[in-house]
Design a protein. Structure first.
Length: 214
């Protein structure tokens, strides 16, 4: 992870972390550990490059996983959050930023703007994280599960066209029963999803040019 990306994540986390320090006993806080999902696009830029601008909306996360605590699935109906091992910032914020960096590095778009940007965009990407947990139902082969539903839209507000609507699910083996191994596997699952998203977005850009969004 580059220093710039890590610095941005640390800035986003600063306020939330300050509230954590104020609201909890010092001894309990000192025992917690914090993690970031580390996703880096490797390889050359995509073969397709357009002059389009992509804007991202901050991704939603299903309520069951909209927590900074790592979540473990223990059986068919039982999930357990890990109070002492948490993501540094909320998963919706972190995954949005990782997706923005990935698509920016892909070279598919002339610009990929941050959440809240006022720059006119050609495409808008929305995401909904529907799964984000470590699955320990099979104790011999635990896996990290990530599932995200993406919508890529284009066109003027009120008359948008859905250029891509796709749900991606990825599972990666967890190498050890540690929080570090869980975060590493979650990062691999997210990387797999973003690889597939990039490939599908490239097909969209090849098939049809977008129209500007106000």
């Amino acid at each position: 992870m580059t220093r710039v990306r890590l610095h941005r994540l640390l800035c986003l986390a600063l306020l939330a972390f300050a509230f954590t320090l104020c609201g909890c006993a010092q001894s309990a806080t000192a025992e917690r550990k914090y993690y970031v999902l580390d996703v880096t696009r490797e390889g050359p830029p995509a073969k397709v490059h357009t002059d389009a601008t992509l804007r991202l909306r901050r991704f939603n996360v299903d309520e069951a996983f909209a927590t900074r605590q790592l979540v473990y699935r223990l059986d068919e109906f039982r999930y357990e959050p890990d109070y002492y091992h948490q993501l540094l910032i909320l998963p919706g914020v972190m995954i949005t930023e990782e997706t923005r960096d990935w698509l920016s590095d892909s070279g598919l778009f002339d610009r990929v703007t941050a959440v809240g940007s006022r720059v006119e965009s050609t495409y808008l990407l929305e995401g909904n994280v529907i799964d984000l947990y470590a699955d320990f139902r099979d104790k011999a082969v635990p896996v990290a599960v990530v599932a995200i539903r993406f919508f890529l839209v284009t066109g003027p507000e009120g008359n948008e066209t859905v250029a891509l609507a796709q749900t991606y699910t990825a599972e990666s083996p967890i190498s050890a029963r540690t929080a570090e191994a869980v975060v590493e596997a979650l990062s691999k699952s997210l990387s797999g999803i973003l690889t597939r998203l990039e490939a599908d977005v490239e097909k969209v850009l090849t098939r049809k040019p977008g129209k500007s969004l106000p």
